[in-house]
Each structure stands twice: as C-alpha cells, then as structure tokens.
Ligand binder design. Structure first.
Ligand code: 13P
Length: 278
C-alpha cells in the first residue's frame, strides 16, 4: 500500500526506529527496494534523486512505484530526493509522489528558507510532504553527489527554519558523508541532540552508506526517523555483476537484470535490519 510520508515518519519517530530511504535509478533497483519491504514486513521509502533524471522520467518512476506499492501489503512511500528545480518538484507533485526534498542547502539561509516555504505551499496543497536540508554533507568515495564542504547544521537556525517553512522533515548535517567513508566516520550525536530538542519534526540522516551500527543506533535514539542509503546499493551491485561477468559464462541480459534485483536486496535488507527498533 502507498502511505503518506508524514504518517510513516511520525510513527517512526514516536516508536524510535528509522525508515530506510533507498535510492533507485532503474526497474531493478525499484523492485529490489519494494520487495525488500514486503519480504521483511517493513515500511520503505523509494527515493528518486533528481540527479538520475537522465536514467528515468519522473512520471515513469511514479508509474512503476505506485503500481508496485499498491500491490504491496507493507507501506511504501515515493520520495523525490535532492531537487533544486521547482519545475521538477511540480511534476513530481502532479505525478503522485508522496514527498519531495527541496535542496537549498547551498544557498544562503534566508534564500533557502524562502524557497523551501514556496515548495511547502505547493506540495501541501496537494497533500505531498516536504523535506528540506540545512547545513551540508562532505563527499566520500564512490559518490556521484555534487562536491560539498561539510557544514554542520545550526540548531538555532533549524528552530527558525522549521517554524517559518512548516516542512515535514529536516535533513541535518552532523558528520555523515555522501558516499563511502574514506576513514573513520566522525559523527557528532551531541549536535543532533541539540537540534532534536529545538525542533519537533522527524529528522533525516543523509549519507547512510557505510555508517557503523553504533552510530546509526545512537542517531535513531536522538530523533533520526529517516535514513538515506544510495552508494552502497550501487557499489555492491556493480562489484557482484563484475564478478558474474568474470565467470566467462554467456549471460543473457534478462538474467543479469534478475541478479541485480537480488544484489540490491542484500544491501537494502541489511539496512532495514539496522534501522529497526532494538
Ligand atoms: P549515501 O550515498 O552515502 O548512502 O547517501 C545517500 C543519500 O544521502 C541520498 O540522499
């Protein structure tokens, strides 16, 4: 079943677990995420990043996910990840996405706030949830996100931002990176705690790939209700497909496609298990 973004995240924050938001770029990744939710009896967010528009159209993603989600007995939400374009956001809202992320994190605070409020007005009028971001994540290995230098989220700014924009969820920067970590992850749970005390909406952790279990558990305990995972899904599938091709057997593309679904599910199910309540 398709479920609203806010409903999913509010339940998660109340019950101290996080919903996994898994990035998709093709039919195989979408199927891998929806099947992982169904097979584990867990709500999942299928996230389509605006950076993958060369791979799929917004309307195509909506058609596939809404069809698979409607057939699933477990909750599925469809989210537009990292988007700077009002036009793409409008299309996603019209096509039936559950939520959209307006990414104004590279803009000055006031401008981010003004643009986010504009997106909230547009999305809420259609019953669509909105995530915004304050602060910026650094870029790790294998990431294809844009370069960024790390800026931690300011709890004082978060309080004003949430009150003014009425966003449904806020992505925070506390030390995770987009991509695989180059060294030991250094995540400041203390900053998260202060942000969580300043705002009463579900918080979002970007850069889930490679984040160690104790850090994930501490973040969930302090108010993170949604965790994004992208790079590790890609790295695992690419490595395993490379190994299949290296066997020298003559593969049909349809077989590789089915194998890919399985490789996606390995990573998605690993994180679903980590995000559950203990
Ligand atoms: P990773 O690629 O580090 O998992 O981050 C994903 C993400 O934050 C997508 O918005």
């Amino acid at each position: 079943m398709m479920v609203s973004f806010s409903e999913m995240l509010t339940a998660a924050r109340r019950q101290h677990y996080a919903v996994g938001s898994f990035n998709v770029y093709n039919y195989e990744t979408i199927r891998g995420v929806v099947e992982s939710g169904r097979e584990t009896g867990t709500p999942v967010i299928v996230a389509f990043g605006a950076g993958y528009l060369p791979n799929m159209e917004v309307a195509e993603v909506a058609g596939l996910v809404r069809t698979m989600g409607a057939a699933s007995p477990t909750p599925v939400a469809l989210h537009l990840d990292h988007c700077k374009s009002f036009e793409v956001i409008e299309t996603a809202v019209k096509c039936g996405f559950s939520s959209v992320m307006y990414d104004g994190s590279a803009l000055p605070f006031e401008e981010n706030m003004k643009n986010t409020a504009r997106v909230v007005a547009l999305a809420h009028a259609a019953g669509v949830g909105v995530e915004a971001e304050l602060g910026a994540l650094a870029r790790g290995e294998h990431s294809n996100e844009e370069d960024a230098s790390e800026i931690y989220t300011s709890p004082a700014e978060a309080r004003i931002f949430v009150a003014e924009t009425k966003v449904d969820a806020l992505a925070v920067s506390i030390g995770t990176v987009h991509g695989m970590y180059k060294g030991e992850p250094k995540v400041d749970v203390g900053v998260l705690k202060t942000i969580a005390a300043a705002v009463d909406i579900p918080l979002v952790l970007h850069g889930g790939s490679g984040t160690p279990e104790p850090i994930i558990r501490a973040c969930i305990a302090e108010g993170i209700a949604k965790i994004n995972v992208n790079t590790e899904i890609s790295v695992n599938a690419v490595e395993k497909i490379r190994a299949l091709l290296a066997t020298g057997r003559s593969w049909h593309l349809s077989e590789i496609s089915r194998e890919e679904v399985g490789f996606v599910k390995e990573v998605v199910k690993k994180y679903i298990a980590l995000f559950r309540p203990v």
